[in-house]
Design a protein around this ligand. Sequence first.
Ligand code: AMP
Ligand code: ZN
Length: 467
Amino acid sequence: MAPRLFNTYSRLLEEFAPIDPAGKAVKLYTCGPTVYSFAHIGNFRAYVFEDLLQRHLEARGYHVHRVMNLTDVDDKTIRNSRKEGKALEEFTAPFKQAFFEDLRVLRIKEANAYPAATDYVARMVEMIGVLMERNFAYQADDGSIYYRIKEFPEYGKLAHLDLDQLRPGARVKSDEYEKENVGDFALWKAWDEEDGDVGWASPWGRGRPGWHIECSAMAGALLGDEIDIHCGGEDNIFPHHEAEIAQSEAVTGKKFVRYWMHCKHLMVNGQKMSKSLGNFYTLRDVLAKGYTGREVRYALLRVNYGLPLNFTFEGMADARASLKRIDAWVARLKDHATTASGEGDMPALAAHDRFGQALDNDLNISGALGELFKTITECNLAFDKGELSPVQARGVLAWWERVNATLAIETDADTNAVPADVQALVDQRAAARAEKNWKDSDELRDAVAALGWTIQDSKDGQKVTKS
Ligand code: AMP
Ligand code: ZN
């Protein structure tokens, strides 16, 4: 059964069906950071949720093509680069770099592309030209170009706003959406002194793109006119994503996005974590307190994306304790499995897909983790009673590997897992020994040693450890 996802547009849980007629390829666009400082862990809640979505879709056999943009020109990047007396590019470059490092630390899968807005200005100008031609846009007295929302009757459908209530004639030039009023929004901002040397030529004079057209242009350029899933944090719904729909659909005449998905905010004491409120932690702040990337990942991951998540250091300690429990269980399984030989059935306690089934239900991660911990408890019980054979332990590990491909939370410190190629030789050796073929047995031991692993023979079979 296909996963069911909550679509912000319809406000319904919908069965996922990609545009691809073969039903396999998935085009995913995720709004990325504005690179004027380090991303905070609230931003990373959105990216970790998107990573979980991608990984679960992949676990279900879809091929996900993900694009995440970098907003490297907007009001904030310009203002701050000028404050520091740096060229825009010079100012944003270290924050782009830091962002990629943070993604790695949080084990977020690499996107297929990270387009930067400044590389797509020509396409933005082209789109605005089409919008002007079709009467969806107009030039105001200050020289800026605005989108005429009353020309797009669908405007307001994503955010479930009533167009009649939008103030007629109100215009919004600011990119800082927290402060925006409802109304026509800027597509192209005429140059003024505050922009310094940032600006591009256009048929409407020197200026720069508005934030919303950036995403429409990059999404269209890299994923085409129609996208399967478009994500962001809930603050992106309006006006950013509403504006993206209005721009893209007015240009292409096609449905821009099939499924809109938004995560609720990471909160601090009941308020959204945000730069402007000053109540934020960057990933680096949390790492400096002695937490690891996977602990932060787990802390951000474990609450369903549709619920707000309060950030606290008690929560971090809980995440650490949960991971310790998982680590101890995995280490015990691995230790036991080193003596396994031959094939065996998956033990009943791990012969299920309840973890994946929970995620099929709109990424119900708390349900999925509940299934994981239930399996851990049952497994430890079987261990204690001596009812789990080494071969069965290996089976449970195979189950865990599938689960961890979605969670990506296994400890790095554990390099004791026997790789598949080594295990294959160990299994052959077990077969050779069963046939008392000592020559092959010795050769296989040498082959395993050459790969950096040592075999000890005991009455329980072979024990394999790192040399
Ligand atoms: P920004 O750099 O502000 O454009 O934000 C980048 C991404 O992070 C967007 O998808 C935002 O919706 C998301 N975001 C910002 N603050 C939070 C928060 N406190 N919790 C969850 N997501 C957030
Ligand atoms: Zn965007």
